[in-house]
Design a protein around this ligand. Sequence first.
Ligand SMILES: *Cc1c(COP(=O)(O)O)cnc(C)c1O
Length: 494
Amino acid sequence: MQYVSTRAAKSSTSQAQNFSDILLGGLAPDGGLYLPAEYPQVTGAELDAWRKLSYAQLAFEILKKFATDIPEADLKALTAKTYTKDVYRNAREGERAEQITPLRVLEQAAGKGGQTTLMLQALSNGPTLAFKDMAMQLLGNLFEYTLEKHDAELNIFGATSGDTGSAAEYAMRGKKGIRVFMLSPHKKMSAFQTAQMFSLQDPNIFNIAVDGVFDDCQDMVKAVSNDLPFKAKQKIGTVNSINWARVVAQVVYYFRGYLAATSDNSQKVSFTVPSGNFGNICAGHIARMMGLPIDKLVAATNENDVLDEFFRTGVYRVRKSAETYHTSSPSMDISKASNFERFVYDLVGRDSERVRALFHKVETDGGFDLSGKPGSDGDEFKLVAQYGFLSGKSTHQDRLDTIRDVADDFGITVDTHTADGIKVAREHLQPGVPMIVLETALAAKFNETILEAIGVDAARPAGFENIEALPQKFVVMTNDVAKMKAYIAANTGL
Ligand SMILES: *Cc1c(COP(=O)(O)O)cnc(C)c1O
C-alpha cells in the first residue's frame, strides 16, 4: 500500500510513501495530506467473517490492509495490546468493556414516514474519557515499535486546549524513546482537564502552561517548528489530527458499529459524527469508500459551522480567530477543518492540482466555492450527495435541551459534543436505516454544562473521583520562543 499527497505534482509517482514512512510525520513536504493511492476494498465474505471478531482482531484485519510494510505478526501484537478491556475500562453501567466501543439503543424513533433506531456508539471508555484515545493509544504503541526498530527517539511537541493533549500524554507516558512537551493556556482549561494532564508524574511527560490563550500556544508551536535546524536536532514531531495513522485507527470503529447494528450486509446504517477538524468523519468516509454499507454520514457542528455551511451550500469559508466562538462543546471550536482536504481530494476526482489551487485560495481568499454558481471555483458540490454527506449545527441551548431530554427519557447523561450529535441526528432519521451517533466524550469531562442542564453532577468513572486533588507537575512559561527552545533542549539533552 502506497501513500500519496493530496497536492502531489501529477507527473511524480516517485514520491509515494509506505505506511511507516508517514507514521511519524505530519504534512507532506508539498503541504498536502497523505492518503492511500487507492482505497483497499472489503468483500461481503470478509464482512461476514468479521462479524465474529473481537475489536482487536477487527482492528488487525483492517490495519493490515493499510500498513502493509509492518509484519503481520507485529501488527497483531500491537492491536491486541492496544484494544483491551484494561485500557477501555471506563465503560458505563449497562455497557460491556470488552466490546471496546459498545453500542446502545437510545430509542425507536419515528423518522419521516416510518420507524428507525437511534443508537449511541461509546468511543470514550479509554483513559482520558474522549474518543481521541481510540487512535492515540494505537499511535503510542506504533511509535514505540517503530522507534525501537530504528533505535531512534522522538520528541512530541504540541499545543492543546484539552482533549488532544491529554490523549497524547496518556498514550505516550512511559513509552521508550518518546517525550511529550505539551503547551496549554495557563488556567484556561477546565479543572478536570487540567488535573488529568498535570497529575501525570511520568518523567517523559512535560506539561508547559503558557501565560496566554490557546492561539498563543499554537503560535509557539509554529514558531518552533519553523526553525528547521532546531526541529531536526531535537527530533521534534507532532501528533495532530492530520496524522494518517490516527485517521486509519478511527476507520475501525465504523466497521465495528456497522457490524454490531446489523445482521447481514444488505442492511445499511447511517452515522452522525460530532465534527471539528473533520478527522473522525473522514475515517467514516474512508470506511464507506472501502465498501462498508454506510448510507449517510452526517456532520454535526456547534456554532462554529464551517463544515455545516459547506455541506449545505458548497462554500468552504474558514473563519478568523476573532470569528471563532468559545462554546460549551469546546473540542469542536475550530476555524478551519484541517482534514477536510482529504475529502475534497476525492470529491474533485483525485485531481491534486485542483486541490493545490483550491487550498491556495483558502490561504489568499479565505475559502473556495464549489456550488457551481456563476463565478464559483467549480460545481462538485452536486456530487456531495453521492458520498452520503449531510450536516447540521446546534447551539448552547440545543445542547442543554438535548442533555436534559436524553437524561429524562433514557436515564443517561451525555456530554456536550455528543449532544450536538444527537440533536443533528434527529433531523436526519430515515425509516429503516439505523442511525448511530458517535459518543465522543463522557459527560464527566464537561461537568459545568451538565450542571447547567440537569442540575446534578455527571457521574465520574471509578478512579477519577478526586483527580483534582492529586499533586500536579507542570511549569509556567511566558510567551517566549527562545526560552521555550532552551527548555526543550535542556530536557532532551540533544
Ligand atoms: C476532537 C473532538 C471532536 C472533533 O473531532 P474531529 O476529528 O476534530 O472532527 C469531537 N468531540 C470531542 C469530544 C473531541 O475531543
